[in-house]
Design a protein around this ligand. Structure first.
Ligand code: GLN
Ligand code: ZN
Length: 750
């Protein structure tokens, strides 16, 4: 049984690539030095895989920034505004990050992962020029280098497929069929160059095939048309899909012309059931993605039963290879350097081991050996994930009174104030604050001194907000480095890594907290009341309590693999529920529970969304329904495609919904208003991602949008789009002054 990989981390064990890229941007390192570091990181990944005796190694997704950008550039799909930039590396980074007067490509989420790719922009002209601008020499040299080291028969050339490219792109004046047909000749040239190198196969990545949009007769016909052409290049094609199953497209995708192998994700969706239903073509290799490329937990409980179950249903002549479910890009590189985390786990009764990319490679080999071993017990039972140990009590999910009855009891001192003003939570994270927080962590600063620094910051924030004239104040979140980590560190069941970095986009990597056990507040101790009390003691205006919601805490962590995500969401919901009760006891009357990641957890496949939204909303309600009728519960969402989750948002039964809005003009506002949401509503009034202080006029026109929205003005609040932690004080002061001033002027006219 062959072990095959389809992508590997490309950031370096100690973030070597990030450091070098950022030095290069600052002008502190040469292009030559950057490329050398990058190449070493590539070689390190190659060695990892070669040493683990991977039979066929996917090569080519190594990248200085983003693999989708790489393919956009290689295929020559350069938007007009970048064509004039001669130097290819300068142009590449300009497309990624923009340069003065030339905006970067947009960034979007890579399917339902926390990775973000750049969005190709394609119009007719771009398509027409692709051939002449295309240049994949850097890709060919990766393949050549790898071939020299491991032999060309072990090299699979990873190529982003035309359908995924076209569907992920922003198209203007051209359709997806136009793009795939238009770019086909360029792909054919590329394929013929790859063929000349004599590598084993092309791994053509088409994760887009898991989406329903492509499960239509039209797309089927188009895919057959395009793949018939691609097949003519005469290179074996490994059609790689992941992040879900292929649904009703399963039978035809597995039989696309030229496809000699199909790589399927057996860790998400229900690929096994499809395999049973539709069978599998003889003569095609089946890449069994049974090692979860998106989980840091080992697959010891499921991999072998899955392989056995697959074997039992495919024709005996079908070759099965064992693979990660997707690129290992989404997990950190090596767990053996995480001594603290490993020690913690060793003291528990963990049934599955913690596994990062290097360890997953070892497991792949091990599963292949077990599968072929005469001792293989042919176990095909795949253990179901346990749901909640304790059932959720339905009555814990409901506030005492419905919104219309409880709202008049809340924040009565604001009665008569139209368009109350507030903010979303964080204020600038200053260098000083960051430094003292770090020192406190390293125990170089006493708790007393640290608290004094935090409290000074809070006092300053409160004074400033009073001076500016905001109605509902926040403490500013100086004690939080991150909205997940801050809570996770105060709860049981979470572990942290020191070098467990995963690429989020470009040179931004994140260390995702890992849930390994039952989550509760440690010793049931409050996590946020101290800072709330400090803030509230400085002002007579209401101070907002500030919490991260259960669904976001879950979606921005690596979840456990032994109980369901739903069960984990409920545990988190219970913890936040306790915190809300404690904040109320501390005198808090308005509490914001941020759920910016609610949308992110939405399954790719529409048919699975209702189930997710159901438990996600229940987790939020479990957290918040404990609030007294007098307590005003706010929730906040960053920019999302809200259309798909409006029912969910409504069902959360919050008293106030704040959304990032200004990037969409007033489209979002309109969408929410036409949906008819009942509670208070705070469409973010200005973009916090820009360092420019928005002029008074902008605030006024946004306030007029609100006034003319058709929803009663009494329901609206005026807030920025999101937290202000990435901004500097002068901008924040300027913007909030304009926000308040514009609001006061509008109030006079109402
Ligand atoms: N309260 C958080 C902050 O202001 C919200 C952040 C977010 O929505 N991502 O920073
Ligand atoms: Zn936000």
């Amino acid at each position: 049984m062959k072990v095959i990989t389809i992508g590997y981390p490309r950031i370096g064990l100690y973030r070597e690539l990030k450091k070098s890229v950022e030095r290069f941007w600052k002008g502190n390192t040469s292009q030559e030095e950057l490329l050398k570091v990058s190449h070493n990181v590539f070689l390190e990944g190659l060695n990892d895989q070669a040493n683990a005796k991977v039979d066929l190694i996917g090569i080519g997704s190594h990248s200085l920034y983003d693999h989708v950008l790489d393919w956009t550039v290689r295929l020559g799909l350069i938007p007009k505004r970048f064509v004039g930039i001669e130097d290819s590396l300068k142009r590449y980074f300009a497309m990624a990050r923009g340069v003065p007067d030339i905006g970067a490509l947009d960034m979007t989420k890579w399917f339902d992962t926390n990775y973000h790719n750049l969005t190709p922009e394609i119009d007719a002209e771009c398509l027409a020029n692709a051939d002449s601008l295309s240049d994949w020499s850097n890709f060919l040299s990766l393949l050549k280098d790898a071939s020299k080291i491991i032999g060309k028969d072990r090299v699979g050339a990873e190529v982003l497929g035309p359908f995924t490219l076209a569907k992920k792109a922003e198209l203007s004046g051209v359709s997806v069929p136009d793009v795939v047909r238009g770019i086909l000749p360029v792909y054919l040239k590329l394929f013929s160059d790859i063929k000349a190198l004599g590598v084993a196969e092309i791994q053509i990545h088409e994760p887009i095939f898991v989406l329903e949009d492509l499960h239509t007769p039209e797309f089927k016909a188009l895919a057959i048309e395009i793949y018939t052409q691609l097949a003519s290049a005469g290179v074996p094609l490994n059609l790689v899909s992941y992040f879900d199953d292929l649904g009703s497209a399963f039978p035809w995708v597995c039989r696309l012309p030229g496809v000699t192998a199909v790589s399927l994700d057996f860790t998400r969706g229900n690929t096994l059931a499809l395999l049973k239903e539709y069978g599998f073509p003889e003569g095609v290799r089946l890449g069994a993605g049974v090692v979860d490329g998106r989980s840091v937990w080992g697959d010891q409980r499921t991999a072998l039963p899955l392989l056995n179950a697959i074997k039992a249903v495919v024709p005996s002549t079908v070759e099965i290879s064992v693979q990660p479910s997707c690129s290992l890009l989404h997990i950190p590189i090596d767990v053996t350097i995480e001594t603290a985390a490993l020690e913690l786990l060793a003291s528990g009764s963990q049934k599955v081991p913690l596994r990062f990319a290097r360890q997953k490679l070892v497991d792949l080999r091990e599963f292949a050996a077990q599968f072929e071993s005469p001792n293989n017990k042919k176990d095909t039972k795949i253990a179901n994930l346990a749901d909640s140990a304790e059932e959720i009590d339905e009555k814990h999910l409901h506030r005492e009174l419905p919104f219309a009855k409880r709202r008049p009891l809340q924040l009565t001192e604001l009665n008569g104030i139209l368009l109350p003003t507030s903010t979303i939570g964080s204020f600038p994270q200053t260098k000083e604050m960051r430094r003292v927080r770090l020192k406190y962590r390293k125990k170089q600063v006493s708790e007393k001194d640290y608290f004094r620094a935090v409290d000074d910051y809070i006092s300053y924030c409160i004074g400033l907000q009073e001076g500016i004239g905001l109605d509902v104040l926040v403490h500013g979140e100086p004690e939080r480095s991150d909205m997940i980590e801050y809570f996770a560190e105060q709860m049981t069941g979470y572990l942290f890594t020191t070098n467990g970095w995963v690429q989020s986009y470009g040179s931004r990597y994140i260390r995702v907290p890992i849930i390994y056990g039952d989550v509760t507040r440690r010793d049931n101790k409050p996590m946020t009341t101290r800072e709330f009390k400090v803030a509230q003691s400085k002002t007579s205006r209401p101070v907002k309590g500030m919490l991260t919601g259960p669904v976001t805490l879950l979606n921005w962590s690596f979840p456990r693999k032994d109980i369901s995500r739903k069960a984990q969401a409920f545990q988190l919901g219970k913890a936040i529920r306790g915190e809300i009760a404690d904040l109320e006891t501390a005198g808090c009357r308005i509490i914001q529970v941020d759920e910016p990641a609610l949308r992110e957890g939405l399954p790719l496949r529409v048919s699975r969304r209702a189930e997710y939204l159901d438990w996600a909303v229940r987790a939020f309600r479990l957290a918040t329904a404990i609030a007294k009728s007098e307590t005003h519960i706010v929730t906040h969402f960053c920019y999302s495609e809200f259309g798909d989750i409006l029912d969910g948002i409504k069902a959360m039964d919050a008293d106030q919904i704040t959304i990032e809005n200004s990037r969409s003009g007033s489209a979002m506002l309109k969408e929410f208003v036409s949906y008819g949401l009942v509670p208070d509503f705070s469409p973010g009034i200005y973009d916090v991602h820009s360092s420019v202080v928005p002029p008074l006029e902008l605030f006024k026109s946004r306030l007029l949008d609100i006034k003319n929205s058709g929803l009663p003005i009494e329901r609206f609040w005026v807030v920025p789009d999101c937290g202000l932690k990435t901004r500097g004080w002068p901008e924040v002061i300027g913007a909030l002054r304009n926000l308040v001033f514009a609001t006061e002027q509008i109030r006079k006219k109402l």
